[in-house]
Design a protein around this ligand. Structure first.
Ligand code: SF4
Ligand code: SF4
Length: 255
């Protein structure tokens, strides 16, 4: 299974103070590169540690695999722009990652890793072209949230509100089936005639660039939505397990 927890640096915010690399006792960061924070040994990072993120004066650190609800202490609110001073003239590109689970599901975990990689690859090009990427992770762990976000399939990647996939294609997901104790499907991706369970970096990078250069504003179009049967199965199964009176972590099926 892929490593589930390690820091990701927002280099647009980072001021290269070196606090993160100096404070981490686990050699996650490359000390030869300090004060520039370069994650050299992600496998050394301790699950659920927010040590460096809590110390970062710019709130520039987030974590792959983090669905704890933790937010960087010093992060400025990217969703609010100051019309009066207009100090930041970079055009914002909102990248949203919507998922069912980042603890167990290999596909949610793997897809996020690829998305972060794709953003890393194109951030310089976009910055030079006057764009800034804003990354937002959205855990869709209830029916209510799925309805609120018009969530069709897990995981979903949206750029400025436009979904990477125009249609939903899915196949059986063992991890999410385990979580729900029922048969659950997750998204598959079609790119250049091939099907993938985890999308290739190039597919994501090209989609982000296409949306950035399209001139489209944020998509707020409301479309009719019905919670897909597959997601209903997931949420119902998960709820059953969480409410299991028998104490069995598989919950539902023990007599
Ligand atoms: S989260 Fe903790 S273990 Fe991981 S890099 Fe930061 S300080 Fe080190
Ligand atoms: S602590 Fe924050 S601002 Fe300082 S080097 Fe690390 S990521 Fe950059």
């Amino acid at each position: 299974m892929a490593k589930k927890w390690y820091p990701v640096i927002d280099y647009m915010e980072c001021i290269e103070c070196g606090i993160c690399s100096k404070m981490c006792p686990h050699e996650v960061y490359d000390m030869d590169k300090t004060p520039t924070p370069v994650v050299k040994n992600p496998e050394n990072c301790v699950d659920h540690c927010h040590g460096c993120g809590n110390k970062c004066p710019k709130g520039a650190i987030t974590y792959v695999g983090d669905d704890t609800g933790w937010v960087p202490k010093n992060k400025k609110d990217d969703t609010v722009s100051c019309a009066a001073c207009n100090s930041n003239s970079l055009k914002k590109i909102l990248i949203e990652y919507m998922y069912l689970d980042l603890n167990v599901c290999d596909r949610c975990i793997g897809t996020e890793e690829i998305l972060v990689k794709a953003m890393e690859e194109i951030k310089e090009e976009l910055y030079n072209a006057g764009f800034e990427m804003i990354y937002r992770k959205v855990l869709i762990d209830t029916e209510e949230k799925a309805i609120k976000h018009h969530f069709n399939s897990s995981p979903s990647i949206r750029v400025n509100g436009y979904d990477l996939c125009e249609t939903v294609q899915e196949n059986h997901c063992g991890c999410c089936s385990d979580i729900a104790c029922d048969s659950v499907q997750c998204r598959t991706y079609e790119f250049e005639g091939q099907m993938y369970e985890i999308p290739p970096v190039r597919m994501l990078a090209e989609f982000i660039l296409k949306q950035a250069y399209s001139g489209n504003t944020i998509n707020t179009r409301k479309i009719d939505y019905m919670l897909p049967e597959n997601l209903k199965i997931f949420y119902t199964g998960k709820k059953k397990i969480n409410n299991a009176a028998c104490g069995c972590t598989r919950g539902c099926n023990c007599e």
